[in-house]
Design a protein around this ligand. Sequence first.
Ligand code: ADP
Ligand code: ASP
Ligand code: MG
Length: 419
Amino acid sequence: MALLVMKFGGTSVADIDRIRNVARHVKREVDAGNQCAVVVSAMAGHTNQLVAWAKEASPLHDMREYDSIVSSGELITAGLLAIILQSMGIPARSWQGWQIPIHTDDAHGAARITDIPGQEIRSRVMAGEVATIAGFQGIGPDGRVTTLGRGGSDTSAVAIAAALQADRCDIYTDVDGVYTTDPRIVSKAQRLARISYEEMLEMASLGAKVLQTRSVELAMAYGVRLLVRSSFTAPEDCQPAGKDDLDNTGTLVCSEDEILEKQIVSGIAYAKDEAKVTLLRIADKPGVAAAVFGPLAEANINVDMIVQNVSHDGQYTDLTFTVQDGDLPRAMQVLEEAKDKIGYEELRGATDVVKISVIGVGMRSHAGVAAQMFKALAERKINIEAITTSEIKISILIDAAYEELAIRTLHSLYGLDAA
Ligand code: ADP
Ligand code: ASP
Ligand code: MG
């Protein structure tokens, strides 16, 4: 018998028929004697609608009210799933974030879970009642509803799995696992049977939205075994936990030593939400970088990639860096205000860029991965505007027009294409 957390995303609960399908996945586990807590997202598109309404009401809205609005989608799906399970003869009860309770900090709109006491839900699940849980939400220190950032139901699921000490956390979505890259962009992308927490963390934070980054951080910190799988596989065709063949079901996110065949590059991620800022003709002398990045940090603007050009005359240089595209208007404003202090000739901002990253733990022990990458892109006449690296990843910034070509080129280059 296993204690399972099962999470179903928006497309998996998009209408009543799909919620019935979810209930059949749950029934399979219950019939096999497994105990289940089921975390659900809002119906596909519902959260976007709620966000749009909040913006339409007032672009600069109170984030406490934003949270009370956008958290409502999940309440509906949790209730509907409980009703459908009950109608199938399965004892079930829905839970909102505050009822468990899922405690968070007060960062409304992007709150972090602080703790989940959850004795009541645990004892009920242990006694065989299925808990259907509204994902994406918690309760802040002021007693008000919070949300965990877009895609946050993944994080709810992993946090609940850690709190309940579940045997596994199954993330059901609209793809049958984590792929070498987004299967919507590259049709030759392949499902990975296993991926390490570290690689998944890089993939998620560098743009692969199949899992929210925070959920992977939590899974790694608490050793939660995560299985990413499809809700569209017929429930009857899946084996219940304990009897299933993990290597042929979805993708297991696990520790590195559980992976025997290590690839040099495991996956490629892309992020379109980067913006590029260029300062032309700034003085090439000590203190200039501090004059640029100090005010940005004070304004809470995160800077990602940074490139400073070689100065030809020893006096002036150009500086390019990236920020989140949503932060671009504020970044430009901050730099315009600091113009006299920094001393630059021209300030440019652009959003027509994309960040592409190749990720793999094998890079730690293999040289030449970056050199191969730069050569292949040069052959395609793709110009690299900025580069950052870490032990297990290389990220480049390029013109957004070349996004698909670059991803496909790199996917083939590192031998990731399906036969
Ligand atoms: P859910 O609503 O179930 O949470 P999401 O839309 O958040 O689903 O995440 C699933 C989507 O993530 C897939 O449909 C796919 O297009 C996208 N995706 C991006 N990168 C990858 C990847 N490397 N592997 C699998 N899916 C990916
Ligand atoms: N419904 C929320 C969103 O669309 C949370 C989630 O689906 O994970 O972001
Ligand atoms: Mg998601």
